[in-house]
Design a protein around this ligand. Sequence first.
Ligand code: PMP
Ligand code: GLN
Length: 380
Amino acid sequence: MKISSKLPDVGVTIFTVMSKLSSDCNAINLSQGFPDFEVHPDLLSLVNKYMRSGHNQYAPMQGVPVLREKIAEKVFELYQARYDPDTEITVTSGATEALFAAISAVVQRGDEVIVLEPAFDSYVPAILLNGGVPVYVKYKFPEYHIDWNDVELALSSKTRLIILNSPNNPTGTLFSAQDIAALSNILRDTEVLVLSDEVYEHIIFDGLKHESMSCHPELAERSFVISSFGKTYHTTGWKIGYCLAPLPLSKEFQKVHQFLTFASNTPIQYAYAEFMENKEIYLNLFEFYQKKRDRFLNLIQPSAFKAMPCQGTYFQMLSYSEITDESDVEFAKRLTIEHGVAAIPPSVFYHDQNDNKVLRFCFAKKDETLERAAEKLCKI
Ligand code: PMP
Ligand code: GLN
């Protein structure tokens, strides 16, 4: 039987490729972004408690009410934004599902979607599956900042959506207040919607501030704001995220969500709701990761790699241009096979495989993992 692929140019995601290569080579896996340390024992006990007390059937389609209320409370406290927990907050099976549902909810055949590159790899396939047309704007290397004139030039009468991601994976950069002002200006007289991927909202360094779309009423009214508990609570395998959006957008979002997964894991939602009462955990997460970033930077300082600025996320970009002129994909593979450290080649986050001779390293790892990896990197 001949199957006509709906995604003819899409292969296996780089995260699967590099994690498998890393495991086959018994390398230290700093490629796919996930922590190698344990989840808070109280959170594990809470999941257990809710499983044992009978919370094991379908959750409501939008998510369990107590979790939606806790999310509304947190978002109000942090961003002074009000979302109605009954109608404007949807709990999803990870941010990945939320991204797919938001794109599917609003992108129609022929609609253009602005994608800032490097872009997390799930955005473009979701656009394509909905018949949308990605229009690419690149972050300027090496600072990885956006020239908003480029974005303005990319807008057309067909633009339906712009996808933003701050703190940014893989660059580790943030939008500033000036970025938000420029974005507001160019969108003001348009009907363009915003999909804001804010999964690293609690991992921001050096006293900088997260500019959530929810903070800015003019942008919030046209935005889907997405986050993920996986990043905040070291639980990437549990796959729970959420989407905040004003009522008209949430209505369309939920139409898709209800047929994509219907509802997400029930006991874990209850556990997160109770665990969120301890606000210190998410408020202090940045300190924990800032120490990891600084430790990693310190350890690789004698190496031939050159660190790029990292203002947030748990990824550090390192330039290897002084080591080799191999492509980032070739070098990432060789680094894994010959030197025993796996990293992500960011060219896979560009439609034209733009290669700046940098690799992305995940520092959400135990100190001893970072030490072992750095020792190997320093020998190259
Ligand atoms: N967006 C970005 C920028 C990410 O880095 C990730 C993590 N892989 C996701 C979305 C997906 O999050 P989740 O694991 O909750 O689906
Ligand atoms: N967000 C993680 C990363 O960027 C992994 C995502 C995935 O495996 N799909 O590494």
